[in-house]
Design a protein around this ligand. Structure first.
Ligand code: 5AD
Ligand code: SF4
Length: 456
């Protein structure tokens, strides 16, 4: 038996990092580490980082400053605290992290998590260790089964099915930090989903930087994402499926049909378009025009009329004029989003757009972002408003803030607060929406009522 040690993991960035943090906990559990909820007193502090925008990357260094003080305090008290940096900043900056923050013991890229125990040992011997290679072996084949770490399992889970990106949008670091597109074999994903369902998970979100480009080995030929979703909808206990993030170019016919044919596939889709201007879409190397996006959405809505859409937008991409930005606003008006993320363009080292001549001034970016966010917020409010008085299916997930209150999610990913007994966590119940808050909906559990499918 390995001696008991504790690890504190802090996760930044996207859902893939949330999934990875869980899997690193699984790997470390094999080495005797237990997950702890506070950094103070931990034997290992692990930051799982994000490099997508400058702000996200810089946060890591300020956090490292704080943790270094804890490490010094631990040392003064005769204890050792190791610091590890994982994730996309680790991949992008490697040795530079140790140069800038010498208290860091380990730097490990997203493709080497399965080697964490060995890397920690190397750091103990050599002072520090940096591993950012893309190893020949696949990490998924060398990790213990999901759920090896005894963290409390919720009723929803993420499951990475695809990693990396071959699209090379000119603003984006992902093809460099996560590498080329790789899909996990279908059988392994089904096994993992079955294991999660047996642990009480009712809803799985399939993850990939380009999840709808999924093409996984399977007996008898490769499976598309649609085929995988169809198979997963047969897993006993799994009631709900979602997937994210998708690229418009990979929205295949069979995937659109899956939204019509699979009741377990929730009517909510994150389909980033980034800009509504053809000129900017071209400069971003998105490889589709705004009309292509409209056509895809028409087809999706024909397949699933109550489908709600979410998206990502970048304002102030190099060369973006007022007219280009107006095109984005018009696209948003035309689509009507239930939810969306929007960002000011942030030049990332090593990406083509960062080298562009015509950078948009910060003040202009800020003004555009404010206008876009006001519009998106109005749309989100309008969407939530359509729920008032309806009875919707809610998957009850966890206790709420007040005793007797449970927080769940609607099919459209809205948080719903409901008064219901705690034993009902993990079930899907009909809830009448009585009030619309700014962050969640409030509902009353409707006994003896069949849920209706609300149409937005
Ligand atoms: N600047 C601003 N936003 C970016 N995103 C990706 N790269 C950048 C960047 N350099 C946004 C995109 C993407 C989301 C995950 O982050 O909108 O879809
Ligand atoms: Fe980045 Fe997504 Fe483009 Fe890939 S498809 S480069 S992840 S924005």
């Amino acid at each position: 038996m390995a001696e008991a040690k504790t690890v504190f993991i802090k996760t930044y960035g996207c859902q893939m990092n949330v999934y990875d943090s869980g899997r690193m906990a699984d790997v470390l559990a094999r080495d005797g580490y237990e997950v702890t909820e506070t950094a103070e007193g931990a034997d290992l502090v692990l930051l799982n980082t994000c490099h997508i925008r400058e702000k996200a990357a810089e946060k890591v260094y300020s956090e490292l400053g704080r943790i270094r003080q804890m490490k010094n305090a631990a040392r003064a008290a005769g204890r050792e605290m190791k610091i590890a940096v994982a994730g996309c900043v680790a991949q992008a900056e490697g040795e530079e992290i140790v140069a800038r923050a010498p208290a860091v013991d380990v730097v490990v890229g997203p493709q080497s998590y399965h080697r964490l125990p060995a890397i920690l040992q190397r750091a103990a011997r050599d002072g520090h260790a940096v591993e950012t290679e893309f190893p020949a072996e696949n990490k998924f084949d060398h990790m213990p089964p999901v759920g090896s770490a005894r963290t409390s399992r919720s009723v929803t889970a993420f499951l990475t099915v695809q990693e990396g990106c071959d699209k090379f949008c000119t603003f984006c670091v992902v093809p460099y930090t996560r590498g080329a597109e790789v899909s996990r074999p279908a059988g392994r994903i089904v096994e993992e989903a079955e294991r999660l369902a047996a642990q009480g998970v009712r809803e799985i979100t399939l993850l990939g930087q380009n999840v709808n480009a999924y093409s996984g080995e399977a007996p008898g030929g490769r499976w598309s994402l649609a085929r995988l979703l169809e198979r997963l909808s047969d897993v006993p206990g799994l009631e709900r499926l979602r997937y994210t993030t998708s690229h418009p170019r990979d929205m295949g016919d069979d995937l659109i049909a899956a939204h019509r044919d699979l009741p377990a596939l929730m009517p909510y889709l994150h389909l980033p378009v980034q800009s509504g201007s053809d000129r900017i879409l071209k400069a971003m190397n998105r490889r589709h025009r705004r009309d292509d996006y409209f056509r895809i959405i028409d087809r999706l809505r024909a397949a699933r009329p109550d489908l709600a859409l979410s998206g990502d937008f970048i304002v102030g991409f190099p060369g973006e004029t007022d007219d280009d930005f107006e095109d984005t606003l018009r696209l948003v008006e035309a689509v009507g989003y239930a939810q969306a993320y929007s960002f000011k363009y942030s030049p990332r080292p090593g990406t083509p757009a960062a080298e562009a001549a015509a950078h948009v001034p910060e003040a202009v970016k800020s003004e555009r972002l404010t206008r876009l966010q006001a519009l998106l917020e109005r749309q989100q409010k309008a969407f939530n408003g359509t729920m008032r008085g309806r009875v919707v299916d809610v998957l009850l997930e966890k206790p709420g803030r007040r005793p007797g209150q449970i927080i769940g999610r609607s099919p459209w990913l809205q948080a719903v607060q409901v008064d219901a007994p705690a034993e009902m966590i993990g079930t899907i119940v009909p809830v009448r929406i009585v009030e619309i808050g700014s962050n969640s909906l409030f509902g009353a559990f409707e006994e003896n009522r069949e849920p209706m499918r609300a149409t937005a």
